[in-house]
Write a protein that binds this ligand. Sequence first.
Ligand code: ADP
Length: 277
Amino acid sequence: MGWPFKRPSRIILSGTIAGMDTAELTSRLAGLPIPSVRYFSTIGSTNDEALNWISAGAADGCLVVSDEQTSGRGRLNRKWITLPGAALAVSLVIRPDAAEMEHLPLFSPLAAVALRQVLAGLGLPVEVKWPNDVLVGRKKISGILTEAAWDGDRLQGMVIGVGVNIGASALPPADQLLFPATSVEQELGRPMDRFNLLRDFLSALFDWREKLLTPQFFHEWERHLAFLQEPVRIESAGQAVYNGVVLGVDPAGNLRLQLPSGEEVHIAVGDVRLRPA
Ligand code: ADP
């Protein structure tokens, strides 16, 4: 409605979202602490929109949703692909309070833990792959990218970006995947209303946010960590930096890994990625 760059959301390419627009989505999300929603049928990146919105004063809980992303991002400038009609691509604005400010790396696992809980509630075998992905049956069903908006050296806010593959047609071609992928509908074997899933996910995220710094949150995260007690490889820029067994996470959100020597190392998110050994 009031901003200049919004595309007309009624120009919709896919039948499955006919009728979805900002007003409809706002009413579907009623009751959640979301002061304002921006819905797009297509956008470069929902995270970019949310980061710009923060600079323009977006309040905590403001939400960007798009049917399609043309330049969605993963970590380290890898691509996150959001094809139209079959995925969720959402970015949530967070204005961290003083306590959260000390624990910014926990916002990615916050989203992962919340989404895991909702998908597990549907009966799916869901795990959280440290630091930022959600797996079903060891395949990637969702990617999460949390980014910060800075004003000089002052943090203005955070954006939690979440992509979820809902239908089979959300899956990118295999040659564009570094890790096997799947979708909610393929795993469930039935259709799924993605905006209902979005509602449940955001509701779970706001609930877990209240408990973000509690042992309960870390327990939930660790309990559902993929590759727990299994051998993995930690890579940076394609090179193995560690081989070891996953022990869990620490209160800072670092991965606890046991090296073959028996030594325990704690690995910060930084620019590393985890792969099965
Ligand atoms: P990781 O940390 O596992 O390397 P990222 O979180 O950076 O992955 O996400 C980017 C990667 O996710 C891409 O390099 C690509 O392999 C994969 N990917 C991109 N789009 C999708 C999608 N829709 N579903 C599953 N995997 C995807």
